[in-house]
Design a protein around this ligand. Structure first.
Ligand code: NAP
Length: 282
């Protein structure tokens, strides 16, 4: 089966490509230079020419704080909403299925018990707004689509200029550079390994799962940034001292959801986060 994978140089895109190739699929991997998803005409002619049976969209504009800037918002909206809409329309017309990735930022973050796949979206940031609009663009196109929400992903770094550095990479870098780390003990989420997302995507598709919205997260209780850092610092043997601070210690342009653990009630459970961290860092 032929699969078109966008965002090929991004953190998630790299693992999606590896897993698809290892599974024997024929992969067409595109980056922004080879297929700009914001251009409807380009997307349509590319899909018409290549005739993939499946499109997996990992392309995104992820620099959350920058999206608050009115000068950046239109670009972020184009990549996170118009682009997925273009892919969805082209996929529908060519009879292909679509996998699209979204985020816990589509929620307000006011549900300490966690969010179900069926909960209404209610973003509190501009980035969240663009991603919620992207979900809507995909789900309203009438295509056979899977919208998989992710949270605080980590994995091998992306290779492209705009690829976002993961929190794990950032903290391990800072632990080498600074004598003391201050880490925000808020913003509960479900950090997840990109390799596990790629494997879960493959198994979701091979099990002929019904289309719809899914929460694709490693198992385990939601954690704050501080709690998450504690987990991977222990695994990595980091000895730099670190302390918990409130989010007010690091003012940000974008509001972040306070409690946005994604509950996975529809897919087989992914492995525990700590096992994923040991695999990634080991
Ligand atoms: N990172 C996280 O913590 C996180 C959390 C929750 C959900 N997610 C979601 O997970 C998915 C994958 O994220 P990621 O962290 O792997 O992203 P990433 O590393 O930032 O990669 C995204 C890729 O998209 C490409 N791209 C940007 N504009 C494009 C365009 N117009 N046409 C085609 N490609 C374009 C970028 O290329 P350039 O660099 O050349 O622009 C980049 O290589 C996204 O849907 C994201 O919203 C991520």
């Amino acid at each position: 089966m032929k699969i078109l994978i966008t965002g090929a140089q991004g953190m998630l895109g790299r693992d999606i490509i590896d897993v698809a190739k290892a599974g024997g699929y024929e992969v067409i991997a595109t980056d922004r230079d080879t297929l700009d998803i914001t251009d409807e005409h380009t997307v349509r002619s590319f899909v018409e020419r290549e005739q993939p049976k499946l499109i997996i969209n990992t392309a995104a504009y992820n620099l959350v704080d920058k999206v608050e800037d009115p000068a950046i918002y239109p670009l972020a909206f184009a990549v996170n909403s118009t682009g997925p809409g273009n892919l969805a329309k082209a996929a529908k017309d060519m009879g292909a299925a679509l996998v699209h990735y979204s985020t816990d930022y589509v929620f307000a973050g006011d549900k300490p018990e966690g969010y179900l796949e069926t909960d209404d979206t209610n973003p509190i940031s501009k980035y969240g707004e663009t991603k919620a609009a992207g979900e809507e663009a995909v789900l309203s196109a009438g295509v056979h689509a899977y919208v998989c929400r992710l949270s605080k992903i980590f994995g091998r770094p992306g290779l492209s200029e705009g690829s976002k550095e993961s929190f794990v990479a950032l903290m391990l870098r800072l632990a080498k550079e600074k004598p003391l780390l201050k880490i925000v003990d808020e913003e509960v989420g479900c950090p997840t390994y990109t390799k596990d997302i790629a494997m879960a995507t493959k198994s979701m598709l091979e099990r002929m799962t019904v289309p719809g919205v899914y929460h694709m997260v490693n198992s385990g209780e939601g954690v704050t940034w501080y709690g998450f850092a504690k987990e991977f610092f222990e695994i990595s043997g980091v000895t730099t001292p670190y302390e918990a601070v409130p989010s007010s210690a690091f003012p940000r342009d974008a509001k972040a959801p306070k409690f946005a653990a994604l509950l996975n009630t529809k897919l087989p459970a992914l492995r525990p986060r700590v096992d994923a961290l040991k695999d990634f860092l080991g």
